[in-house]
Every structure is written in C-alpha cells, then in structure tokens.
Design a protein around this ligand. Structure first.
Ligand code: BEZ
Ligand code: FE
Length: 281
C-alpha cells in the first residue's frame, strides 16, 4: 500500500492514522464510519457541489439548534436512525410491549396524579378514558409501576410548545399502580400533528416529497423496580398517517383500540396493557 492517500486506499489511509491509545470502542466506531462514508462517496460519485450543499445543510442544522430545539435529533428521526438505534437497544421477547422513540417533548417531574384523574387542563378535545394494567410476561400485575404520560392537545401542540397559551403540565401526569397493577386516567383522544418543519429538516422533507406528520399517539414512559424501562406510545387506530409516520415510530402492536362510548363520562375509551420484561431477561 502507498503511504499517500489514493482513491483506492482511502479507507486504509485514514484508519491507519488512529493512535494506539485510542479508546477501543471509539476506534471501532470511527473506523466503521470512515469505511461507510467513503463507500457512500464512491458509490454515488459525490460531486464537490453536492459535498458543499451537504456541508451547508449541516451548518444550518447546527445553527438552528438551541436549548429548546434539537434539529440534529430531528434529522436522525426522519432518517430512521433514531428508531433503528432504539430497536437495536431494546430487543424484547414476543409478547412484551415494544419500545418506540422518546421524542423531544418529554418533561421530567410531571405532577403525580391520583388514579382516574384528568390530565387535560385546557378543556379542549374529545375526552378519553385510558386504562389497563402493567403486568409481567406471565400476566402477573406489577405494583408500584410509574406511568408517565404526555400528549398533544386538540390543536396538535404540546404544552411546552405553547407556554402562556396552554396551562403548564397540560396533558401530562404520572400515575402509580397499586396491588392490581391497574392504571386509569382521563385525557383526550390525541390528534396527528406535524414535527417542527420550519427548519432545514422540514425543507429536506419537502424536497423528498415527504409530509411532516406523525399519526395521533399518547406517549408513555413506564418504570417498575426489577423491570426494564419502557418508552413507548399507543397510536390511534385508523389514523391516516399510521403507515407514513415522519419518524417511523409506528409498530403494529402499539396501535390501540379507541371505542366510542354511549352514556359514559368520556366520549372514548382506549384500553391497553403494558407488559414489562424483568431486568435479568
Ligand atoms: C413526538 O412524538 O413527540 C416526536 C417524536 C420525534 C420527533 C418529533 C416529535
Ligand atoms: Fe408526540
């Protein structure tokens, strides 16, 4: 092999520079990244103008990031990378509830509410009773599980997107299961909404002929001692965006029933059981 960089030896040239003291995992990741990046440039015959456009795109992606906005994670989401990393790191046995993306709108330390409480504080939307059990793979109820829930409001916005317009903690709350593992709360039937699409990622979606919508969903983070954490959503069956979620978060097992109720306190009822995997499994 020549000591100098050539098209044929490009990968070896770069990876041979890695120092002997490099952290082994960093070395593994960077060597693989260089290999795939060079293969990509060769396979597509990337022009210098295209390379420049990509640099400009990444620059604009960084420039729009702030404490409230993470455009790089959004880029990862629309490329399917967030869901792939989630899948690789959360392989579960059949029957266990599947994970999906956390998304940018979770807020730590939501109010702990009483079982059956209503989380919708703005009086908008179609009321829905969400109920079910937190159980282990053998169907045994899990006591003391914490269920952190959050959703958008009827207008398709999370409270943190509309400070001063929505009440703080609107459509959020934490519920703790008792001996029977049951949970119940009243929220609204969520609505589909667009991911933030006024930045470079939104422009890219437009150029690719893709819409920015997510199908309607309720977010859940379920934790119980001795069990793997579960970060997931339940999706509203029949939503027109189920098969074209902008961030690829839908799994068939997470599509929940929404039953219309007659003569009840809420318009809808959505039952769903969460099956947690024991930690050692
Ligand atoms: C969400 O569901 O809240 C979400 C997920 C990924 C990107 C944007 C929003
Ligand atoms: Fe969401």
């Amino acid at each position: 092999m020549t000591r100098y960089f050539t098209e044929d030896s490009s990968v070896e040239s770069v990876n041979a520079r890695m120092g002997g003291d490099t952290d082994p995992r960093l070395a593994e990741i960077m060597a693989c990244l260089v290999e795939h990046l060079h293969a990509f440039a060769k396979e597509t015959h990337l022009t210098q103008a295209e390379w420049g456009l990509a640099v400009d795109f990444l620059t604009r992606t960084g420039q729009i990031c702030s404490g409230e906005r993470q455009e790089f994670i959004l880029l990862s989401d629309v490329l399917g990378l967030s869901m792939l990393v989630d899948a690789v790191n959360n392989r579960r046995p059949p029957g266990a509830t599947e994970n999906t993306v956390l998304g940018p709108f979770h807020v730590e330390n939501a109010p702990v509410r009483q079982m059956g409480d209503c989380i919708s504080l703005d009086g908008k939307g179609e009321s829905c009773l969400f109920e079910g059990r937190v159980i282990d793979p053998d169907g045994r109820p899990i006591k003391g599980a914490s269920i952190d829930v959050w959703s958008d409001n009827e207008d398709g916005f999370y409270d943190v997107q509309q400070p001063g317009i929505q009440p703080k903690w609107n459509n959020r709350g934490i519920f703790i299961t008792g001996d029977d593992g049951r949970y119940a709360f009243v929220g609204i039937k969520p609505v589909s909404y667009p991911i933030p699409d006024d930045g470079p990622v939104g422009k890219l979606l437009g150029k690719l002929g893709r819409h920015p919508y997510r199908p309607a969903h309720m977010h859940y983070m379920v934790k119980a001692r001795g069990h793997q954490d579960l970060v997931t959503h339940t999706f509203v069956g029949g939503d027109p965006y189920l098969e074209s979620d902008a961030v690829f978060g839908v799994k068939s097992t997470l599509v929940a029933p929404y039953d219309k109720r007659a003569d009840a306190d809420t318009i809808w009822r959505s039952p769903f059981d969460f099956v947690l995997v024991p930690q050692a499994a």
